[in-house]
Design a protein around this ligand. Structure first.
Ligand SMILES: [Zn+2]
Length: 299
């Protein structure tokens, strides 16, 4: 019963925390009609599209980057809509899919694509065999949706389908899209396979769940505080090269000043004097513009 109540509590908390991030910050970008109501698609920079799903509390955001020869799709969302239809409405270039990490809300349209890059890790391998609906039940139910649910979607039949990684990537590897390069930066912590994607020329850093301006999850069994701290330190050192952070949930094009704030947050959580709210098996820390859930104690 207690476990059940905690799930409900976390669900409600998540709904309210994500919901507040999904409003006005999008208005300044041109919105395009890419053929589906479930997604909202914006041009946020040159040849750079944000495909968001704001009508689910997850507010997951995928990014489509176009080069002259290829396109890169960073994350494919929850699989409630078919993101491939939206991508096909934007470009006819061959598409490479890569994921910021392999949680269900970032990989669940992967199976629609032929070319998928990912990490050579047992964690990723396990997640690529599919996520059962029961694992994420609080996200796959009518109360999780605001509006515009696609007619083709069924809560009963939902599953995050298996997919196959065709190419393993390395830390520091460059993906060449033709006249546009995207660098891969491994940042384990939220999960073992978390990574960032950096368009150095435009100064755009895609951060997945490693940073978004809401509640970061570093408390689950697949998270690692020490790795997250190391990753946050690496990210803080990049701040001067970054113009905008493109997170995996809620808002986009956020200030790079969060990179040093993230590092400072992780350093402060090591200090026993830093205040937090205690949950049954976790701590919640509040910071300027975001929060973090960590195990109790953090390490
Ligand atoms: Zn995640």
């Amino acid at each position: 019963m207690i476990k059940y109540l905690i799930v409900i509590f976390v669900g409600i908390l998540s709904v309210s925390l994500y919901a507040q991030e999904t409003t006005s910050s999008w208005d300044k970008y041109p919105k395009i009609d890419a053929g589906q109501n479930w997604y909202e698609t914006y041009i946020i920079a040159e040849n750079t599209y944000a495909i968001s799903a704001p009508n689910h509390w997850q507010g997951t955001i995928s990014y489509l980057l176009l080069g002259s020869d290829k396109a890169l799709l960073v994350d494919t969302g929850m699989g409630i809509g078919n993101i491939k239809k939206t991508v096909d409405a934007i470009t006819t270039l061959p598409v490479i899919v890569i994921n910021s990490h392999s949680h269900y809300d970032h990989v669940s349209n992967n199976h629609h694509f032929e070319t998928i890059y990912g990490r050579d890790l047992a964690f990723t391998e396990k997640n690529s065999s599919g996520h059962p609906k029961a694992t994420w039940d609080n996200a796959i139910q009518p109360s999780a949706i605001k509006k515009n649910l696609p007619d083709s979607f069924s809560f009963e039949n939902y599953q995050s389908k298996p997919f196959e990684i065709n190419k393993y990537v390395e830390d520091g590897e460059i993906i060449d899209l033709g006249g546009r390069e995207v660098e891969i930066i491994f940042t384990p912590g939220h999960t073992p396979d978390s990574m960032l994607f950096f368009d150095r020329e435009l100064g755009l850093l895609m951060t997945g769940d490693t940073f978004f301006p809401s509640t970061l999850w570093a408390h689950r069994a697949d998270a690692d505080f020490k790795n997250y701290l190391d990753s946050a330190q690496r990210m803080a050192a990049m701040q001067g090269q970054v113009k905008y952070i493109l997170p995996g949930h809620g808002r986009t094009m956020v200030s790079p000043t969060f990179l040093t704030k993230l590092r400072d947050a992780f350093l402060s959580m090591r200090d026993p004097n830093t205040p937090y709210t205690k949950g049954e098996d976790r701590r919640r820390y509040e910071f300027d513009g975001f929060a973090a859930l960590v195990k109790d104690p953090p390490e």
